[in-house]
Structures are given as C-alpha cells and as structure tokens.
Design a protein around this ligand. Structure first.
Ligand SMILES: [Zn+2]
Length: 135
C-alpha cells in the first residue's frame, strides 16, 4: 500500500486547550530535554501548512516527552505550536507532525489554563532566549 502525503494529508489542528491536555504529562524543556542541535535543518510539517526546517533559534523546543523523541516546537515565522516525533532509519531525516495549534499570542496566558505545567511561562522563556535573538 502506498500512502501519499502532501496536499491530501490532513493536519491534526487542535485548540490550545486540547493541545495543552495532550502534552500535560510531558516535561517542560527548560528542565532538560533532548539536545536538538544535531537536527538543525531537519524538515517538519507545520500546522500552518508549510514545511519548516528545525532551527534552535526560530523553532525552539518547549516541551519534551521524556526523551522518547517527541517534542513541541514553537515556530516564530507563522506562530504555530507543533508536537513532532523524530523519524529516520539510520539518521533522523524528518520529523512527523503529531498535532498542532495556533499560538494565540494575544490571549491571556496564550490561551493556556493549566498551572502544572504552566506552558505559557515556558513559552515566555524561549521567546526571550531564542525568538528575540533572531529579531
Ligand atoms: Zn508554520
């Protein structure tokens, strides 16, 4: 069977609250996550419909699913949040999109509601340390 992705591939776009529910057991990245530097330029499909390339500054991770290769990336260019999984046989050559949501930057707490973890606080760390570097 040939599975054709691309134009017909339906992205799994969630609300911010649904996104938050799905990653609430994950670790905030500032407490330690997989070093993503080796995966610079590895492509991933984004909730915005484009394919971006991984970059520590412009698409930094903010949540990590306990080192199993799944993480959340926040994309500066389009302001989408994506949960992705590293994929590849011998080398990691792509990241599969698991689910996405729009980053609601104008909303209070960006639309997040949980207090543990406070994903909005975590996102603020990476806005300050990464996105703002790439101004
Ligand atoms: Zn995007």
């Amino acid at each position: 069977m040939v599975l054709i992705l691309g134009a017909n591939y339906k992205m799994n776009i969630l609300t911010t609250k649904e996104f938050e529910q799905k990653v609430q057991g994950w670790k905030i990245y500032s407490r330690g996550g997989l070093n993503m530097s080796p995966y610079t330029n590895v492509p991933f499909e984004c909730g915005c419909g484009k394919t971006h390339k991984y970059n520590n500054i412009y698409t930094p991770p903010f949540m990590d699913n306990h080192g199993n290769g799944q993480m959340c990336l926040m994309v500066k260019e389009c302001k989408y949040l994506n949960a992705v999984e590293l994929k590849g046989t011998f080398n990691i050559d792509r990241m599969q999109n698991l689910f996405s949501c729009k980053f609601e930057e104008k909303k209070e707490r960006y639309g997040f509601t949980l207090n543990n973890p406070k994903i909005d606080d975590e996102i603020n760390i990476w806005i300050e340390e990464r996105w703002n570097l790439g101004k």
